[in-house]
Write a protein that binds this ligand. Structure first.
Ligand SMILES: Nc1ncnc2c1ncn2[C@@H]1O[C@H](COP(=O)(O)OP(=O)(O)O)[C@@H](O)[C@H]1O
Ligand SMILES: [Mg+2]
Length: 279
């Protein structure tokens, strides 16, 4: 991996980097993962997710994704940036296996730690450590924060302190009464309690006030770094994407139109060239 100069702002946000434990049990279907050949080598530089020439066509003929290839390394934070309708959600749902139930035609190859998971069910990708935090309907309004934590955790783990400390003060609140930022934190907290290797986060910043976005993204980056979780964060705002991610793919009309290191990109330039927004 090429060395790169990170923004000082990012360095401030980062604490200890913990690499994921490759030996943990993911069920009988997945034992091969623990025998990955590069164990002991620089685990952060090896690919965790490889997506090659992904295409998604919906039953009505609409093309969700034309041709997208992307790679996420262990513990890397990648942003997929694009305007509304670009194909971002289709990419995440294609990776996690959610398009089967919509009878969409999905072509291309998706591999996790070298294992082909193209066409796998959401349950199988989940068991391999892939978790999707969707754009909508991510929490149950009628349940409290504590209920969510109990449901998400291993037995007895519901009382563990939250990665997002604000949630610890809200345990008795109904999820439906939380602010947008708090609901987003709860969805991410629940996902993390399932110990993901790769977290797919669809527009976490949507509808939040700028101050809430800043705080959420800073915490997201710190927690991902501490736990060694790889992330794909889908965003429509270039400055949010660049602050959060190590690398960015810009998608337009289902195709990759730009990719590169966040440290070498300008939010204003990306917005002007690819997002049709002057920022
Ligand atoms: N379930 C669906 N059925 C038909 N077309 C869809 C469906 N979901 C998305 N699309 C279409 O696929 C394209 C990409 O959508 P989407 O992946 O949701 O984009 P984004 O998340 O970037 O806004 C759009 O043209 C959208 O209308
Ligand atoms: Mg979307």
């Amino acid at each position: 991996m090429t060395e790169k100069t990170e923004k000082t702002e990012k360095q401030d946000m980062e604490r200890t980097v913990v690499t994921p434990d490759a030996s943990r049990d993911r069920g009988p279907d997945d034992t091969a993962d623990s025998a990955a050949p590069n164990d002991g080598a620089d685990s952060r530089s090896r690919p965790l997710l490889e997506v090659e020439h992904l295409q998604v066509v919906y039953p009505n003929g609409a093309r969700g994704v034309q041709d997208v290839s992307l790679t996420v390394r262990e513990a890397e934070i990648v942003a997929v940036l694009g305007r509304n309708g670009a194909g971002k959600t289709s990419i995440l749902r294609g990776i996690a296996g959610f398009l089967r139930s919509e009878h969409a035609a999905v072509a291309g190859r998706v591999a996790l730690s070298g294992h082909d998971i193209s066409g796998a069910t959401p349950m199988r990708t989940f068991r391999r450590g892939v978790m999707l935090v969707p754009e909508r309907d991510k929490v149950f309004s009628a349940l409290t924060v504590a209920d969510h934590l109990r449901l998400a955790a291993r037995p007895g783990g519901g009382k563990d302190p939250c990665a997002f400390p604000a949630l610890d003060r809200l345990r008795q609140s109904k999820a439906g009464l939380l602010s947008g930022g708090e609901r987003q934190m709860l969805a991410l907290e629940v996902a993390w309690r399932n110990d993901p290797r790769l977290l797919l986060v669809d527009e976490a910043s949507l509808g939040l006030a700028p101050i809430a976005v800043k705080s959420l993204m800073e915490q997201l980056r710190v927690i991902a770094r501490e736990r060694g979780t790889a992330l794909i964060a889908v965003e429509q705002d270039a400055s949010v994407a660049l602050r959060l991610a190590d690398r960015v793919y810009v998608i337009d009309r289902g195709e990759t139109v730009w990719e590169g290191l966040s440290s070498q990109a300008s939010a204003a330039e990306l917005a002007r060239q690819y997002l049709g927004t002057a920022r």
